[in-house]
Design a protein around this ligand. Sequence first.
Ligand code: TYM
Length: 324
Amino acid sequence: MTKRVFSGMQPTGSVHLGNLIGAFNNWVTMQDEYDAIYCVVDFHAITMPHEPAELRVNRTYLAKAFIAAGVDPERSLIYRQADVPQHAELMWILGADTPFGPLTRMTQFKDKSEKAGERFGLFAYPLLQAADILIHKATAVPVGDDQTQHLELTRDIAQRFNGMYGEVFPVPERITPEIGARVMSLQDPTSKMSKSDPDQNATVMLFEDPDRVMKKFKRAVTDSGTEVRYDWDEKPGISNLIEIFSVFSGASIPEIEAEWGESLYGHFKVAVGEAVVEGLRPLREKFESLDDGEVEGILTSHAARGREMAEDTLGEVRAAIGLA
Ligand code: TYM
């Protein structure tokens, strides 16, 4: 079986540290070992209210962010989901046999419905995600911790289909980083870092000005006490910073505790901020060097290849269910 990796990200604005640590870092390393496909999931992005002009810009911006983060278009396929409409056809087919109980229990469906009201797109969202993954027969899906439920559902859908119609889909494995699978807000370390957070200091964007990044770390909320110690129950703010520092410095968590345990919180926060600023520098430089026209060209040609690959799977699926 081909080792194939698929993952997606929504073009809903800037990209942040959680996206980098939870997803991009694995996307980049997995290119070496896997046949890789990374997708700007614009069909998913329209499940929340959106401005058409902003979406248009964000679709290209996000593809540039993929490349700036280290996705190599020479080795990996990068395309926009809406350019490969086969995703939507497979979603319909998979939905035909999917009970809706599990869809109503998805936490992201519940959270987003609270914000945006009842929208069929939010309900059907995980079915489309399953179709994204299965249309490429992906064997591995690198994501952050918040996608666990969606991945479990994808595995169930693949198994149900194979059981009913014969082995068509591999059952994909979820890949999350050991450290940083859930990067938390710098202002409220009990909630996830998110691009929709109204508090500007909560989220560190990948290509933002280094001074602003530094300020956000200096202002990061810490905990009572004085010790720099890894303990999510007692010290969520410091534990979040320790994880971020570990990812950017390469030091293990015990090494960080040994070196910084007795330091003042303020000094530790500066050290984390400096490590992040240095680590993000090459990404920002790469992002700024990219030409929109060239990236458009890559997306167009890669989408053509994506359609061919998706058609191959759909051919098998149609035959398996009696539509061909
Ligand atoms: P999205 O666009 O919200 O996020 C993209 C990726 O970033 C990860 N992530 C985080 N990781 C760690 N800490 C955080 N604070 C954090 N915030 C976001 C997400 O887990 C994700 O991996 N439903 C998906 C998009 C999608 C998809 C797919 C993913 C659509 N089809 C198929 C994989 C395979 C989403 O909304 O991701």
